[in-house]
Design a protein around this ligand. Structure first.
Ligand code: NAD
Ligand code: UDP
Ligand code: UDP
Length: 331
């Protein structure tokens, strides 16, 4: 499909998957859905730097034009305001599908992007999530683990949406021969992260900067493993360019309790920051840590940036957005 699809780009795309990353080649035409968001905008930076032509499709539900403004005016860059729930007609070589609100539209958007990939013979990459493992009974989580998700829980709309998206992706692969890739992304942080969407790293960093107490939910002994965004983007690109379908866990195996995370934030921003305990949400996974052996072996990938090194880079971005340029937060 990938080689034979009628791709009317004029960019010459035969056997693209065989060209190792970093080698000179003609640019591809690539769609990044959700490209105005946190991860997507960093991915777009890497693709643009590599010389590709990039079309971002985003409805600005959580994304911001400010994340992409440095590409405006570049003839290789296009930004389309579009909801992926509506069908989309384009001609491209690769589709990175990141667009995702925490609701069932996740499924419809994925279906449309798979339909698009099938029609034009593009390679399709789904950004799935570690949440497909639910509250895992296996630790660390290996890709072969089927997960433990409560289908009627308060978090299940997102989890089940991504699980269905994985199912659809594999069905289009097996049934229609679409070339697909699946990444299961573990908690990721870094510059351009939404300030107010309630994720733990963004909450703690914003709270410490604003001299508010850090809100630890529950007893704070639950764990997560935090990956810096540039490590994730490198993994996504290796996955797209490589020969393996996946799924692949993309995450940093460095595991922290929320109390340990609060401590790292205190060390990095304000040693006097207070901690305030709040009730936790139901069904909150008790622990989460990726087994990344498969990505190491098959993609030659592993994260390079530890939390204590990555956090300061996020802090300077947050400091600037919170105290500096207020316009950025309005979008
Ligand atoms: P984000 O909210 O910053 O980015 C998502 C982007 O998709 C936004 O720009 C938003 O405006 C856009 N979008 C949402 N619904 C859309 C729609 N219907 N049509 C068009 N655009 C739409 O989130 P992110 O952290 O950058 O996440 C990117 C992807 O990675 C998502 O699929 C997410 O589920 C996945 N993921 C992220 C993490 C993480 O820790 N950041 C972890 C696991 C999985
Ligand atoms: N689709 C799209 N762009 C395309 C091709 C398809 O958005 O270029 C959408 C289409 O509207 C449909 C979905 O993708 O809702 C699935 O398409 P497919 O052809 O696989 O299914 P069918 O339309 O045959 O049910
Ligand atoms: N959490 C917390 N304080 C906050 C926000 C979140 O202690 O202000 C906890 C939350 O209960 C969960 C963990 O941090 O145990 C990670 O939450 P997040 O929403 O960032 O990611 P996810 O639960 O999706 O992995």
């Amino acid at each position: 499909m990938y080689q034979n699809g009628h791709v009317a780009t004029g960019f010459g795309i035969n056997s693209v998957g065989k060209i190792p990353l970093g080698l000179k080649r003609k640019g591809l035409r690539i769609v990044v859905t959700g490209g105005a968001g946190f991860v997507g905008s960093h991915l777009v930076d890497r693709l643009m730097a590599r010389g590709d032509s990039v079309i971002v499709v985003d409805n600005f539900f959580t994304g911001r034009k400010e994340n992409l403004v440095h590409h405006f005016g570049n003839p290789r860059f296009e930004l389309i305001r579009h909801d992926v729930v509506e069908p989309l007609l384009l001609e491209v070589d690769q589709i990175y599908h990141l667009a995702c609100p925490a609701s069932p539209t996740n499924v419809v958007g994925t279906l449309n992007m798979l339909g698009l990939a099938k029609r034009i013979g593009a390679r399709f990459l789904l950004t799935s999530t570690s949440e497909v493992y639910g509250d895992p009974l296996q630790h660390p989580q290996v890709e072969t683990y089927w997960g433990n998700v409560n289908p009627i829980g308060v978090r299940s709309c997102y989890d089940e949406g991504k699980r269905t998206a994985e199912t659809l992706t594999m069905d289009y692969h097996r049934g229609a021969g679409v070339e697909v890739r699946i990444a299961r992304i573990f908690n990721t942080y870094g510059p351009r992260m939404c300030i107010d969407d309630g994720r733990v790293v963004s909450n703690f960093v914003a709270q410490a900067l604003r001299k508010e107490p850090l809100t630890v939910y529950g007893d704070g002994k639950q764990t997560r493993s935090f990956q810096f965004v540039s490590d994730l983007v490198e993994g996504l690109m290796r996955l797209m360019e490589g020969e393996h379908v996946g799924p692949f866990n993309l995450g940093n195996p460095g595991e922290f309790t929320m109390l340990e995370l609060a401590q790292v934030v205190q060390e990095t921003i304000d040693p006097n920051a207070k901690i305030e305990f709040k009730p936790n949400t139901e069904d909150d996974p008790h622990k989460r840590k990726p087994d990344i052996s498969k990505a190491k072996e098959q993609l030659g990938w592993e994260p390079k940036i530890a939390l204590r090194k990555g956090l300061p880079m996020m802090v300077s971005d947050f400091r600037q957005r919170i105290f500096g340029d207020h316009k950025q937060d309005a979008a």
